[in-house]
Design a protein around this ligand. Structure first.
Ligand code: BGC
Length: 474
């Protein structure tokens, strides 16, 4: 009896340690919203420079995500996680001790590189050590860790507000999770799947035995070996005609997650709240903590209900809600309402926006990109989708303040609302429901050339499919 309980606990612990990379992702991207208000007190920084400080992490992350496919195969998942914890520690020290804006930028690019690799490697490592029946929940743990990291950063921003050189402390606290990650990873095993890839069968078998707490893991080792028979495709193969539609879908989801404006709120919330009339930095940072709390709570809702309600309904309702909240925010800034009314409206709209994002696009992007790609191109294609997410994050975050200055808050938020509308239409026509269907069935549907919207169909049934006009056209 205890044979089941023990490995489950061990696996949860291992997933939680690996998810510290997600926590650092959230922490190091979220901390800038508060730190920015104090960096500009110590250095002379133009709007363009502020945008650069925010987006330097994203710039690093773009390159980290591009390199991650190769690096995970070369160094192994565990060793790479140890390397990125070292990068986190080095980058944090450089940024926290910086004597110039250039050093802050340099440290933040370093951290970004680690975040980019971690955003790919942590879910991969978790998925590879988890038993199949726990995999979905454990992978979503990573998104939960991201939102917890963001909340933690907002709290730290608030706590250190009135301390001299506060931004140094804000950055520096990131050392603790980074150290925890490096110590924790020392005690975790290498991924058995990677060991099998390296032909280290004995080691893989003994690790799997201890992970499953079972003396016989022959079946699982055989399954891994079989799945590795499929040749891992290279970069060029992801452009084969049958893959291109799903690749496009993954890249579009990364695009949509970012151009609908999430990080204008996550990274710049205190700035927005100050615009809406919150007088001092600390009260706007306090309002931002509220954002962090609802982000976590709504993500927990997503983790529980994604497999029950399904991806599509949550995605469509979420996008509609995000769009409406942005329209509300735009009107609030346009109405010339009294300071207190404006504050209240701005708060209400940003809160509903975050709730709607977290139960939809927040969790769904990472989940769907881990589901839709056929095994032979999964690593490379996932890398492309993750890269697209970081690229568009970079574009949006590095232009937000400029847009705000040029167009004013009302028009700026209205343009993100329009992005939500376009995204809603795209998702309605193109995003499949992947709830409860095996990855093999999805792959089979893609091979048969089903339109994107239908690749999550549980069983390939000619009668249902012929009824769909898109399929007939094919
Ligand atoms: C996104 C991040 C965002 C976070 C907010 C993640 O899924 O990729 O860009 O900051 O959600 O919770």
């Amino acid at each position: 009896m205890t044979m089941r309980a023990a490995p489950t606990l061990y696996i949860y612990l291992a997933a939680a340690i690996a998810a510290l990379a997600g926590l650092l992702f959230g922490f190091d991207t979220g901390i800038i919203s508060g730190a920015l208000l104090f960096i500009e007190k110590d250095f002379v920084v133009s709007t363009g420079m502020k945008e650069l400080i925010v987006s330097s992490v994203l710039f690093g992350a773009m390159f980290g995500s591009l390199a991650s496919g190769r690096l995970t195969d070369r160094f192994g998942r565990r060793r790479l996680m140890l390397i990125i914890s070292g990068l986190f520690i080095t980058g944090t020290l450089i940024a926290a001790l910086a004597q110039s804006v250039a050093s802050i930028l340099f440290g933040r690019i370093f951290i970004g590189f680690a975040i980019g690799i971690g955003s790919y490697t942590a879910p991969l490592y978790i998925a590879e050590i988890a038993p199949a029946n726990l995999r979905g929940g454990l992978v979503s743990l990573n998104q939960l860790a991201i939102t917890l990291g963001i909340l933690f950063s907002f709290i730290i921003n608030f706590v250190f507000t009135n301390i001299d050189g506060s931004w140094r402390w804000m950055f520096g606290i990131g050392l603790f999770p980074a150290l925890l990650l490096s110590i924790g990873m020392l005690f975790l095993p290498e991924s058995p799947r990677w060991l099998v890839m390296q032909k280290q069968l004995d080691k893989a078998t003994s690790i799997l035995k201890s992970l499953r707490n079972h003396p016989d893991v022959t079946n699982e080792i055989n399954e891994i070996q079989q799945s590795l028979q499929i040749k891992q495709a290279g970069f060029r193969d992801i452009f084969s005609p049958w893959i291109v539609p799903v690749l496009f879908l993954g890249a579009m989801l990364g695009f949509i997650q970012q151009v609908t404006g999430i990080n204008t709120i996550i990274y710049y919330a205190p700035t927005i709240f100050q615009l809406a009339g919150f007088e001092d930095a600390s009260s706007s940072i306090l309002a931002t903590i509220g954002i962090g709390v609802v982000n976590v709570l709504s993500t927990i809702f997503a983790v529980i209900y994604l497999d029950k309600i399904g991806r599509r309904p949550l995605l469509l309702v979420g996008l509609a809600g995000m769009g409406l909240s942005l329209v509300g925010l735009s009107f609030a800034f346009q109405s010339g309402a009294e300071a207190s009314a404006l504050r209240l409206m701005a708060m209400a709209c940003t809160f509903t926006y975050i709730i709607c994002f977290a139960f939809s696009l927040g969790a769904i992007l990472w989940l769907v990109v881990s589901e839709i790609f056929p095994l032979e191109v999964r690593a490379t294609a996932m890398g492309v989708a993750v890269f697209s997410c970081w690229l568009w994050n970079f574009v949006v975050s590095s232009t937000f303040l400029t847009l705000l200055n040029a167009l004013g808050p009302s028009t700026t938020f209205m343009s993100y609302a329009l992005m939500c509308l376009g995204s809603l239409a795209f998702c309605y026509y193109k995003v499949p429901e992947t709830k409860g269907v095996t990855l093999e069935q999805i792959e089979d549907n893609i091979r048969r050339g089903l339109p994107l919207r239908y690749i999550g169909q549980p069983v390939f049934d000619k009668t249902t499919v012929t009824a769909t006009p898109e399929y007939q056209a094919d």
